[in-house]
Design a protein around this ligand. Structure first.
Ligand code: 3HC
Ligand code: NAI
Length: 692
């Protein structure tokens, strides 16, 4: 199949790119396009040209798989230059996504007709690179500097209506965008309008402060990342210099960034998410339809989960035992949607439809026609087993039951039921309607149909859904528990919360361990600790800093004090009372505190997680390292530009990690630090988690 075809009808030549899955500008497309445009320009019968795409989308960008390999001719900027140089008008017909090199291509056309549902963007910075084919100098000529920087440095795509308003699109099409583009081209010819080359438009003059303000903005929003700042550099050059020079400069910066560690990590993150959300052997065709869902337990999680369904257009029966809690949940949902309307995120009609789709109830019986019910009651095996039995009693035999348990054994939960094959885990993260991550949990008896349904449902809910196995804390919380333990040990050995948190934030986490604890509520962490006292080691049980803080009535942000104090705006301050409490705690327990270096803090946090990740892989609780990386990137704020914990482990190397784990074992004992077999094997054989 040819990647690019060209057909003449009347005096309009349609050049069509057909290169599944997303019409990326791989070498075959670039070469095909160049040849087709040269032919169209030299052909007397062609008076105007339309560039369109077959399949679900316009060109979604450069072929990311070609990055990091030797470049193949022709370069995309050469192809775009040829298009823009055409003396015959060229119209892009955009549907689906015009992203990265795809939008650059469209900006090189003289006009753009855009399907009303299309999205246009320069997401290169999310891959650690910048638009390499003149995207920034062209976009700022069409849409102005602010919009161009928001789109390129911010990496945020815009919709068709916004593109029209910004001058990026020339017309919107409601249905057949290719036909609309052809009609647009015919009108151009009829009106005697010729070409309009973006490169010939003037670049808006701009004060240096605008760029300085943009730099500061992107430093704050994209902390530690190189590409957004490079986008600003290119914008500065585009205003100060000729078009040709700014394109050459952008290309040079692209080349420099494309092989950078950040770009490699971000490319890994992109493909890891696509691998992780498609577990082997669970085709979407096997998924059962979910037309109506139930949620049992209208507390923090149940309320958020109900909104996930409503937001995806799935009606919800929300069951609670406590009338007041139910009313408060309904109020929270109503308030969220009122706020969404006020902020212009949804229409009043959508708000009404979502309200109508919610059935709050104190009875189980209305669950009878639900296709899937999520249980989100207290984290207690006895209560959950009772609730699951009541759910099953009221459901159709083919309907599925998902538990939102954080730590409990799904197999034990399903054991008392008549149809354990219908039971799975759907571990949402708080706040459930906001957080992207969903850990779907495979029970020993969960049927392939049940599992395929949770994966398909996750996608429908807009989640990044990763399938994991049964384990204490599954994947994410199990690894976090290891990091948490080390953080508390470091507090007793000599660190303070603000030092640990600073180190984690400097690494790139949005917040540190103790800031996270304060946000989630120290009572939650304390209850979790109490529930597992019988499983704690002697040292863990004795490490009671959390108990003392909770006993002082400091439960975190919600009480205005936890590891830190918070003002009415939730602004955080270090509290000397906590430093004293930690120091006194150590004195009382005969621990001589020492200075702990930032390097040690980072190593102990990361290596504890990586080692647990390696155990999780060895046990098959996660199937692939990509699954773990995806979980940490989407649920725990692991800096995306570091690729995820297992990718990061590869950058450090298994030999070094094992050596440091042995070092910490020599200080704290093998109970806490024993290299995972997988890491040991990698250290021995020079292996890695991801193929190099
Ligand atoms: N290169 C190579 N493969 C790509 C790709 C790309 N740019 N974009 C998507 N794919 C692949 C995916 O890996 C996936 O492959 P698989 O089926 O084997 O897993 C397949 O296409 C379908 O992708 P999705 O599962 O993501 O499909 P969706 O329909 O959910 O999303 C999309 C489609 C919105 C286009 C999304 O894939 C996307 O955002 N793609 C990346 C867009 C992007 O970042 N473009 C910029 C690239 S950099 C660039 O252009 C540099 C330039 O300045 C020179
Ligand atoms: P919560 O205490 O806010 O809500 C639980 C709700 O269940 C309460 O409103 C309670 O009245 C209700 N309930 C109890 N028994 C019931 C019954 N028999 N019938 C109907 N309703 C009943 O708890 P939260 O935080 O929402 O947690 C719920 C589950 O989600 C737990 O298993 C928890 O481990 C899990 N989870 C919690 C997360 C969090 O951050 N809070 C994150 C991920 C999972």
């Amino acid at each position: 199949m040819q990647a690019v075809t060209s057909t003449l009808s009347g005096n309009i030549r349609a050049i069509v790119i057909d290169h599944p899955p997303v019409n990326a500008t791989s070498q075959a497309v670039r070469a095909g396009l160049l040849q087709a445009i040269e032919q169209a320009v030299g052909d007397d019968e062609t008076q105007a040209i339309v560039i369109a795409c077959a399949g679900a989308t316009f060109v979604a960008g450069a072929d990311i798989k070609e990055f990091g390999k030797p470049p193949l001719d022709p370069h995309l900027s050469e192809v775009i230059h040829a298009i823009e140089s055409s003396a015959k008008p060229v119209v892009a017909a955009i549907h689906g996504s015009a992203l990265g090199g795809g939008l650059e291509l469209a900006l090189g056309c003289h006009y753009r007709v855009v399907d009303a549902q299309a999205r246009l963007g320069l997401p290169e910075s999310t891959l650690g690179i910048i638009p390499g084919a003149g995207g920034i100098p062209r976009l700022l000529r069409l849409a102005g500097i602010d919009k161009a920087l928001d789109m390129a440095a911010g990496g945020k795509p815009i919709g068709a209506a916004e593109a029209l308003e910004a001058g990026v699109a020339d017309a919107l099409a409601q249905d057949d965008v290719r036909a609309a583009a052809i009609a647009f081209a015919q009108r151009l010819l009829a009106q005697g309008q010729g070409v309009r080359r973006t490169r010939e438009l003037p670049a808006q003059a701009c004060e240096p402060q605008v760029f300085e303000a943009a730099r500061a903005r992107f430093q704050a929003s994209h902390r530690g990342q190189l590409a957004p700042q490079a986008c600003v550099d290119v914008a500065v050059r585009s205003v100060a210099s000729s078009f040709e020079d700014s394109v050459a400069y952008g290309r040079e910066r692209f080349r420099e960034l494309v092989t950078s560690p950040q770009a490699q990590a971000l490319r890994h993150a992109f493909f890891a998410e696509r691998v992780a959300t498609k577990p082997a052997g669970l085709p979407a065709e096997d998924a059962a339809p979910v037309r109506k869902a139930g949620v049992v337990g209208a507390g923090t999680m149940g309320t958020g989960i109900a909104m996930c369904f409503l937001n995806a257009g799935i009606p919800v029966v929300l069951v609670e035992q406590n009338e007041k809690v139910l009313a408060s949940s309904v109020e929270t949902i109503g308030k969220t949607y009122r706020n969404d309307v006020a902020k212009g995120r949804i229409t009043e009609a959508t708000q009404r439809a979502r309200g109508d789709a919610l059935t709050p109830t104190l009875q189980y019986e209305p669950l009878r026609d639900c296709d899937l019910v999520v249980e989100a009651v207290f984290e207690d095996m006895g209560i959950k087993r009772q609730v699951l039995a009541s759910i099953e009693e009221n459901l159709r035999p083919d309907a599925l039951i998902a538990t939102n348990t954080s730590f409990l054994d799904i197999d034990a939960l399903a054991a008392g039921l008549r149809r354990p094959e219908n039971v799975v885990g759907m571990h949402f993260f708080s706040p459930a309607h906001i957080m992207k991550l969903l850990e779907n949990v495979r029970g020993a008896r969960s049927s392939p149909r049940a599992l395929a349904t949770t994966q398909a449902l996750g996608k429908r809910l807009g989640k990044v859904a990763v399938m994991v196995g049964v384990s204490d804390g599954f994947v994410g919380n199990r690894m976090l528990a290891r990091r948490t333990r080390e953080c508390y040990f470091m507090l007793e050995e000599g660190a303070l919360p603000e030092q640990v948190d600073r180190v984690l934030c400097e690494f790139g986490f949005p917040m540190g361990q103790f800031q996270l604890n304060d946000l989630a509520g120290l009572d939650v962490a304390w209850r979790n600790r109490q529930s597992r006292l019988d499983r704690l080691s002697e040292r863990e049980a004795a490490c009671n800093i959390l108990d003392e803080i909770v006993a002082a009535g400091r439960l975190g942000q919600k009480t205005g004090a936890g590891f830190y104090t918070y003002d009415a705006q939730r602004k955080r301050s270090v509290d000397p009372a906590i430093s004293e409490l930690i120091v006194r705690n150590a004195e009382r327990r005969g621990i001589t505190r020492r200075a702990i270096s930032d390097d040690e803090i980072l190593e102990r946090c990361l290596y504890a997680m990586i080692n647990e990740g390696a155990l999780i892989l060895g046990e098959g609780v996660a199937s692939r390292p990509e699954d773990i990386d995806t979980i940490w990137l989407n649920g725990y704020g692991f800096p995306r530009w570091r690729g995820g914990p297992m990718f990061h482990a590869d950058q450090i190397g298994a030999a070094r990690i094992c050596e440091r784990i042995r070092h910490y074992a020599s200080q704290a004992g093998e109970l806490y630090w024993t290299p995972a077999p997988l890491l040991l094997a990698q250290a021995r054989d020079g292996g890695a988690f991801h193929a190099r």
